[in-house]
Design a protein around this ligand. Structure first.
Ligand SMILES: Cc1cc2nc3c(=O)[nH]c(=O)nc-3n(C[C@H](O)[C@H](O)[C@H](O)COP(=O)(O)OP(=O)(O)OC[C@H]3O[C@@H](n4cnc5c(N)ncnc54)[C@H](O)[C@@H]3O)c2cc1C
Length: 398
């Protein structure tokens, strides 16, 4: 239970802090740097990424052999939180979803050939990637056993038919990880495949309009009408789709928490000059006890989230799937993100509701946190099941 960061991680975080302050916050502050979907414009991002690479700060989360800086999950937690002080931070350092989760899983399970063909262009930042799992009714959403998209084996290839939606980044991605049904077996019925955007047999039906700002490539609805995937593009073996999903989502859910904590901290940072300066009813807002109560509660929520995230990170580093720990962090941090942004908006009055600060951007973005990578209710179900199965051992320190 030693929370001291390693010298390498601490040094990296210091450099990231300075880089965000000097290079990214000024970019974020200029409306000219945004694209039509309220995210950083791609030419602006390219320039920022070149500076990140030149500063030696690119891709801390992957092993050195795969082009990263070799941080463990604990180191990643500290680094991603620091990057996410800016809404453009994670994507600038190549730590944003969905590339981050996709790179992590291929790095863990990909063959050397799959890494060379699929991973390297993504780690270099030359192409983007998507993770294709969720389906509209009656297909798989929270419950993947409902999945309807089928990949049928024909000789040395699989032929895919089906329907997916809310696939982040699909409109800009070149490399895709697809989860599809290869049998009706309850545990081993799903498989994971790699495919390239230029392969025929699939198309984007539409880019689904959403409440919040959109990552590059949006959130898309896809149709598969005979996409052929060579068997060598299976990840692990046929029937390992659920395992791949667990490996990907375990870490990916936690990296969401790491970034959301950075954003929540920023929200409280944004409101502080205002409440220190604004006088109402004889004193500054910051001097009102009820204001202090709001600020203190949000700050405490962030610290609880950091502790849960670090605990889950340490467990993942020990080789554990950390299902309970990741679920707890995901639910708590998603709620805290909303609370911190909402508090900052409230304390800034009308200005908080304006587009003069990034708070309203964050507020709209934050609503997805309770839905993506498992709705909060599903994580609660996981926790309740674990409690009922483990009894007192649920709280074991081991
Ligand atoms: C912005 C955004 C980006 C996304 N990106 C991707 C992506 O890149 N790739 C991808 O494959 N998917 C993606 N998704 C889809 C996301 O993972 C799903 O929305 C999520 O898993 C929930 O599935 P669903 O929408 O089908 O909801 P449903 O399964 O229909 O559930 C609806 C609601 O029912 C409730 N519920 C469900 N199960 C239970 C339960 N056991 N107990 C109690 N209540 C329950 C919850 O409140 C839940 O929100 C994205 C979604 C969003 C909003």
């Amino acid at each position: 239970m030693d929370f001291t960061l390693s010298p390498a991680v601490a040094d990296y975080c210091r450099k990231v802090r300075a880089f965000v302050e000097q290079e990214i916050l000024p970019v974020e502050a200029d409306p000219a740097n945004y694209d039509a979907h309220e995210y950083i414009a791609l030419p602006v991002l390219d320039k920022l990424r070149a500076k990140v690479k030149a500063a030696g700060l690119w891709l801390p989360q992957l092993p050195v052999a795969d082009g990263g800086l070799g941080f463990d999950v604990v180191g990643r937690a500290a680094a991603f939180e620091e990057m996410a002080r800016s809404i453009f931070g994670p994507v600038a350092f190549h730590a944003a979803a969905p590339d981050d989760g996709n790179m992590t899983v291929i790095s863990k399970v990909g063959t050397p050939a799959q890494k060379a063909w699929w991973l390297k262009p993504v780690t270099d930042g030359k192409v983007r990637s998507s993770f294709v799992m969720t389906e509209p009714m009656p297909g798989g959403g929270s419950d993947p056993t409902q999945m309807k998209t089928r990949a049928e084996r024909r000789g040395d290839r699989y032929v895919v038919h089906g329907h997916k939606w809310f696939i982040t980044g699909a409109d800009e991605a070149a490399h895709f990880i697809l989860i599809a049904r290869t049998s009706d077996d309850e545990r081993r019925g799903l498989s994971a495949f790699l495919f390239h955007k230029d392969q025929p047999g699939w198309h984007i039906i539409r880019r689904i309009p959403i409440m919040g700002p959109e990552e590059h490539g949006g959130h898309c609805e896809l149709a598969f009408e005979g996409l052929e995937i060579p068997a060598e593009n299976l990840l692990l073996k046929e029937g390992d789709g659920l395992k791949i999903t667990q490996i990907r989502l375990g870490t990916a859910r936690l990296t969401h928490c790491m970034r959301w904590l950075g954003m929540a901290k920023r929200a409280l940072e944004i409101c502080q000059p205002y409440i220190r300066e604004r006088v109402a009813f004889g004193q500054t807002l910051a001097e009102h006890e009820s204001v202090q109560g709001l600020l203190g509660r949000a700050a405490m929520g962030i610290e609880i989230g950091r502790l849960l995230t670090m605990r889950a990170a340490a467990k993942l580093d020990s080789g554990d799937f950390a299902r309970k720990e990741v679920s707890m962090a995901k639910v708590q941090v998603a709620d805290t993100l909303h609370l911190a942004i909402d508090t900052a908006m409230q304390l800034m009055g009308a200005k908080g509701y304006s587009k003069d600060t990034p708070l309203e951007w964050m507020y709209r973005y934050a609503r997805q946190a309770r839905l993506v990578d498992g709705a909060s209710e599903v994580h609660m179900m996981v926790l309740a099941r674990a409690l009922m199965a483990e009894g007192q051992d649920f709280w074991s320190w081991d």
